[in-house]
Design a protein around this ligand. Sequence first.
Ligand SMILES: C[S@@+](CC[C@H](N)C(=O)[O-])C[C@H]1O[C@@H](n2cnc3c(N)ncnc32)[C@H](O)[C@@H]1O
Length: 261
Amino acid sequence: MSAVAVATPPERTLGPGLSASVDAFERVRTALVRHAGISPHPWRLRDRALERAGARGADLDAYAASIDAAELEALFERLRVAHSGFFRDPGEFIRLGEWIGASPGARAWCAGVGEGQEAFSLATVAPHAEVLGTDLSRRAIEHARQATYPREALLGIPPALRGRLLDGAEATGERVRLAERMRGRVTFEVRNLLGPAPQGRFELVVCRNVLYHLDAAARVTTLDRLADALSTGGRLWVGERVVHPRLERLGSGLYGRRGAL
Ligand SMILES: C[S@@+](CC[C@H](N)C(=O)[O-])C[C@H]1O[C@@H](n2cnc3c(N)ncnc32)[C@H](O)[C@@H]1O
C-alpha cells in the first residue's frame, strides 16, 4: 500500500509548545485582520506576536486577552510590508502623469503610499495635480512628511526627471531631503483603507502592492472604497488584475469607473 501524505492542519503548525495557544493565536489573527485587513503568513504572525508578547512579559494567551488598539497598531508596524521606491514602473507613471495633466486641478490619491515615494513620483509627472498620500502606518506617514531618503533610493528616478524632483533637495551625508517646493506638493495623512475614504472624488487613484497583502474580505472592502472614490472617467491603478462590479479594465492593472456617478 502506498503511503498517503496527510497535510498538517494549519492550526497544528504553530510550533513546539504552542498547541495550547492555538485559540490565542487565532484571536490575535482575527483582531489583526479586523484592524488592518492584512493576512501575513502564519509563521511570520506567530513570530511577531510572540515577540510583542515577550516584550510585555506575557505569554500568547495573556497577550491575546489583552490586545487593544495601541497594541494592534504596534503589531501592524512589525508586520507591514514596507518595500517601496520611486518610479516603480516609470512608463506607467509618465503615461498617467500626462493623462492627468490634461485636467488642470485634478486630484490624485495614493492609497497605501508607504513612505511617500509613490506620491512624490506622481507629483513629479503631474505638476498641476493635487496629490494625497495615505497609509495606515503612522511611522510611514511621519517618514513621508519628512521626505528624507537614502541617496541610493533616488537612483530609480529616470534621469530626465531627476531635476524636477531633486532641484533644491538638501543632502546630509547619505540622506537627501526633497526640496520644500516638492514637499509642499503632496499632503500625507494616516488613513485605514478599511475605513472611510478621503472626502471628494479623485481623477486618479493609485493603490499598488497593497491588495496582495490583504485577506479576501478586506480586498473587497478596499476595492469598494477605491471604486467609490473615483470621479466619472477616473482611473484606478492597482497594478494587478482585480474584479469589481463598478470597475472596468482599461489595461494591465489599470481600471476605470463603470458608469456615471
Ligand atoms: C508594499 S507597501 C506599498 C507601498 C507603495 N504603494 C508602493 O507600491 O511602492 C504596502 C503598504 O500598504 C500599507 N497598508 C497595509 N494595510 C493597510 C490598510 N489597511 N490601510 C492603509 N494602508 C495599509 C502598508 O502600511 C504599506 O505601507
